[in-house]
Design a protein around this ligand. Structure first.
Ligand code: SF4
Length: 319
């Protein structure tokens, strides 16, 4: 069993894979176990999955306070090694980028304690190119295949290092919409189908874990000379997220891609008790050039009917 469970898009799969382990980014199943008022349903689902999915270890990050605290909860519930990776919120400075790079090295030392081996430079480069090539395929498919299929393909890449070979182009039908917000749990991918039932279609997945949070293409020259530095630049230096300070990059990305994909509105899906994404709601509504539907997702999976009704009303308004 070589699985290393994680969920944060700032934890590079290729780094863990290069150590001979199997990075497995999970879209956890929703759970009510351990849910208490104030705990984000995604964090609760991650904690539950961390103890109930076969794995050698878990990697969490400091992307938010709830995830920062998740290792102590996981360790109190099950006997499984957990690594907490610091991902600085401030990011446009050399010191924060160097801190992230140091965290990669620290993660590497942790991986060695659980059976991984430090990769040679050529093996690291080869592993990085494997992921880079698959991301390029997915990026090329964006806007041509159904966004739900693309998002599931991205999830597959980070779950097991492969992508489907049957991504077929399809003309979108229905009112084009963007989706943004927190990461999706396993059943949350149904939102793509719910939007279609409501007469719309998602043309951009800017959730934390969707296409927005894929690392940027590697600079091949830099990759050859300094693969770890290139990894830090492509992940830490490029991925937009609500936790970043400043987080203008998130708004620049959304505005640019919403126009490029022709989205008429944005579904903003955030979890109850998630301050990180909730804190952006007002600014999003003010700064985006499109209407925003604010959807607070709870821990109740029966809210599918409620979500469908809200989306139907939103789509009607946009027609
Ligand atoms: S959804 Fe929000 S609170 Fe939950 S894990 Fe993500 S950033 Fe943290």
């Amino acid at each position: 069993m070589k699985n290393v469970l994680y969920t944060c898009p700032f934890a590079p799969a290729e780094w863990m894979a290069a150590y001979g382990l199997k990075p497995m980014r999970i879209a956890p199943n929703p759970t009510r176990e351990g849910i208490t008022a104030g705990l984000c349903p995604f964090a609760a689902a991650f904690i539950h999955a961390a103890c109930n999915t076969p794995a050698r270890a878990v990697v969490a990050t400091t992307v938010c306070d709830q995830m920062r605290r998740s290792p102590e909860i996981i360790e109190s519930r099950c006997d499984r090694p957990v690594f907490l990776m610091n991902v600085p919120a401030t990011w446009r400075t050399a010191s924060s980028r160097n801190l992230y790079r140091d965290e990669l090295a620290r993660l590497g030392r942790f991986l060695e304690t659980i059976g991984g081996s430090e990769p040679t430079q050529s093996h690291l480069v080869e592993t990085m190119l494997h992921y880079d090539t698959m991301r390029a395929t997915l990026r090329a498919a964006a806007g041509k295949v159904k966004s739900g299929d693309l998002s599931r393909a991205i999830a597959q890449l980070y779950r097991n290092g492969t992508i489907p070979d049957d991504l077929t182009a399809q003309e979108p039908s229905g009112a084009p919409l963007a989706l943004a917000g927190g990461p999706l749990r396993s059943t949350d991918f149904e939102i793509f189908d719910l939007v279609e039932q409501a007469g719309g279609t998602i043309v951009l997945d800017a959730t934390a874990g969707g296409e927005m949070t894929m690392a940027s293409p590697f600079d091949r020259e830099h990759l050859k000379n300094d693969p770890v530095g290139e990894l830090a630049d492509a992940y830490f230096g490029r991925i937009p997220h609500a936790m970043r300070r400043p987080n203008n990059q998130l708004y620049e990305y959304l505005n640019r891609q919403i126009v490029a994909r022709g989205a008429k509105g944005l579904i903003y899906r955030r979890y109850q008790w998630c301050d990180t994404w909730h804190g952006e709601t007002g600014r999003l509504k003010e700064s985006l050039s499109r209407p925003v539907l604010d959807l607070a997702a709870g821990d109740d999976e029966s809210d599918g009917a409620y979500v469908l009704t809200r989306i139907q009303a939103f789509v009607e308004m946009l027609k």
